[in-house]
Design a protein around this ligand. Structure first.
Ligand code: CMC
Length: 445
């Protein structure tokens, strides 16, 4: 953290000098920590679009130029040369592993791949149509109940085991939730398979028939997980940090992150993209007329998989996924009409002044669903895939919060705009009508 410069804020005839903090990639930030104490002012930033909520050493994004790096390594290089587990190790522990460290971490992942037998019954409590993200979040908390040791974030050994345990069990839970949703028996993990292949085995093997994953399919799935592994202070990661700041345990914080990720404006967008493309395909609607609808503020329709709070340029993950999409579909000999529609939508949107002026480009979710469809992942599991990929990032951020010296609980302020103080009115003296929604809801019961 470089310091030195200051910014001056003038308010009601007084000057307030505020320190400027500069990050290692030269992004300057005004440190307002003492602002309220000195001036009585707080800052207002609905949606946190201009708020640095923390200092972090995990992931760097330059949204203006479309740069994404994990611990300094460009995402393009990791996508080409690394794999999900190695990149997860990098994110969680800060450095690429040595061969021995990677071997040890993989062994830990294998050692912890089972979930407690008693937990199998928990799956029975969910209705068949329960969304797998709901099951995932609930089951992460449930599995957490079986971990008696308290994770010591500053103790390397205890933390490494906790990280491996969570990463490993999450994929077992995810595959089991899928099996539950289709009414099939849960498949046990295979000790001889690496992380991603093992997950695909648990998804697609049957008690009487082993699924032998095609190496191309495993690589494509692994790439998807790697590209989702972290993305600095997005909604779900901020949730994990928020929950973790209250000193909540790793399992609880990650379960909360899963719930945040589920939202259609966040991780849920990958499911929404395929549903949008399928709908365009089934209805025969033209790409042009869909774009007109997506621009119309009254239509409640957005071009899903487009736009990003931080990227005002191409999302680098979208470029990589688009290329992989072409390659995987070609290799598997699949012609997917949804890919054609997606490409046409992209071309049309990128020529349209509405999208150009607002700097809306395809994001990571635009093409990822098409690869997952080709692999055979059902649409309602897409966001679960995102969650499995994001686990290392959440673990790294949870640990960063726990190990930051003098870290405080996250507790934003607000600008109150409600009623000013008034006196309680006894019910018989109240003259106003009950709110419409409440009375109509009661009436319809
Ligand atoms: N289609 C049509 N218009 C859009 C879109 C879109 N996909 N995205 C943004 N806009 C418009 C928006 O209506 C607004 O217009 P105006 O200035 O006229 O009111 C302007 O662009 C700015 O949008 P915003 O909603 O204020 O931007 P935001 O930074 O709050 O939201 C976003 C970012 C990702 C939620 C939004 O772009 C969106 O809803 N995209 C579609 C959902 C999606 O693909 N989400 C995945 C995000 S990437 C992965 C992840 O985070 O999980």
């Amino acid at each position: 953290m470089a310091m030195g410069e200051t910014a001056i804020l003038q308010y009601r005839g007084k000057n307030y000098e505020l320190p400027v903090v500069v990050g290692t990639e030269n992004e300057p930030a005004i440190d307002i920590r003492q602002l309220r104490a000195q001036s009585g002012l707080i800052t207002l930033d609905d949606g946190y679009g201009n708020t640095g909520a923390c200092e972090s050493a995990i992931t760097f994004i330059d949204g203006e130029t479309g740069v994404l790096r994990y611990r300094g390594y460009p995402i393009e290089e990791l996508a080409e040369k690394s794999n999900f587990i190695e990149s997860a190790y990098l994110l969680i522990f800060g450095e690429l592993p040595s061969a021995a460290q990677l071997k040890e971490f993989r062994k830990l992942l294998s050692d912890h791949e089972f979930i407690h037998e008693d937990l199998r019954h928990n799956f029975e409590g969910f209705p068949p149509n329960a969304h797998p993200m709901a099951i995932l979040s609930a089951m992460i908390n449930a599995v957490g109940c079986f971990q008696s040791q308290v994770v010591q974030p500053s103790d390397a050994e205890s933390f490494t085991v906790a990280a491996a345990r969570l990463m490993s069990k999450v994929r077992t839970i995810a595959a089991a939730s899928y099996k539950k949703s289709i009414g099939r028996p849960m498949i046990y993990p295979r000790h001889d398979l690496y992380y991603t292949a093992n997950f695909l085995h648990m998804m697609f093997s049957k008690p009487y028939q082993n699924y032998e994953p095609d190496p191309e399919v495993v690589r494509a799935m692994d790439l998807i997980l790697l590209l989702h592994a972290d993305h600095e202070q997005n909604c779900s990661t901020s949730t994990v940090r928020m929950v973790g700041s209250a000193r909540a345990n790793l399992w609880a914080a990650v379960a909360a992150g899963v719930c945040a990720l589920w939202g259609p404006l966040h991780g849920g967008a990958n499911q929404e993209v395929i549903e949008m493309l399928s709908q365009i395909h089934a209805s025969g609607q033209s790409v042009e007329s869909f774009i007109i609808k997506a621009k119309d503020k009254h239509s409640n329709t957005r071009l899903m998989g487009f736009g990003h709070r931080v990227y005002k340029n191409f999302d680098p993950r979208a470029r990589i996924i688009k290329q992989a999409c072409d390659a995987v579909l070609k290799k598997l000999g699949i012609h997917d009409p949804l890919l054609e529609i997606a490409k046409k939508l992209e071309e049309t949107a990128l020529r349209d002044p509405y999208f150009i002026e607002r700097k809306l480009y395809p994001n990571v979710d635009f093409y990822s669903g098409i690869i997952m469809r080709a692999i055979g992942i059902p649409v309602n599991m897409f966001t679960v895939m995102f969650a499995i990929g994001r686990i290392p990032g959440w673990i790294a951020h949870w640990r960063e919060v726990q190990t930051t010296p003098n870290a405080r609980i996250n507790r934003p302020r607000q600008v109150y705009q409600g009623a000013v103080q008034r006196s309680y009115v006894p019910i018989e003296q109240r003259e106003w009508a009950a709110p419409q929604t409440l009375s109509s809801a009661t009436a319809s019961r």
